[in-house]
Design a protein around this ligand. Sequence first.
Ligand code: SF4
Ligand code: SF4
Length: 247
Amino acid sequence: MGARVVVLGLASDFGCQVQLTNIEDHLLDVLGLIDLSYWQLASSGHMPDEYDVALVEGAVTTDEHVELLRKVRETAAVVIAIGSCAVTGGIPALAGTGDLEGRYEAVYGEGTDVARGRTRPVAVTSVIEVDYIVPGCPIDTGEFLKVLSRVLGGLSDKPSEQPMCFACKTRENVCFFEKGEMCLGVVTRSGCHARCISLGRPCTGCRGIAPEANLGAARDVFEQHGFETARSLHAMNLYNTNEEVAL
Ligand code: SF4
Ligand code: SF4
């Protein structure tokens, strides 16, 4: 029997789970290697009590999520955080900046108790220790398959820690800064084959800040091209509000 795998989603648009369905050519190969015990997007049953590998998508926004994650961590030998929401807090974490309670009242009216049981949105990686990450919004299926095959082979996986620019230049892209546009590839973790830039759009940083990014040098690049630090930080916050980013 293959490893018993569960796939679950917290606060997200389930885009990364949908992306798993795009594995297409490889899906049957993957399913032949694992025992897919539960897939929240596709299963009508309940999550089993026992499993070996948990794939978790989405940000943590409720006490219930926190409790579930602790149980997942106790049960699974391997936990993989997939997608920006789970890895860096992503878009859901934006809601946690500033006056969260005020936002509930603005949307649901004064005296609402909708905030009961809810927490300030954070990444899965902020609540439990995870064994592997697959960053991105949505995840890259090739990277996901690589990580999964390493998990099944009992091997570790170290995601790229470098920013995007080298990968971008090897694809002979013209730098967006030369065209007067901001690109966050200069600080963003590589590993997506500079996907957006190669398709003609600047990087918005969905893979999170690269651990090896030189933020001081990045600030100089932003400023030299006319982008004030406050604006650059605002752009970097899109996927990184859970991190203390200082330029
Ligand atoms: S800043 Fe963006 S466009 Fe310029 S080299 Fe880096 S990744 Fe490529
Ligand atoms: S280029 Fe940037 S925004 Fe696009 S997929 Fe890669 S990390 Fe995400």
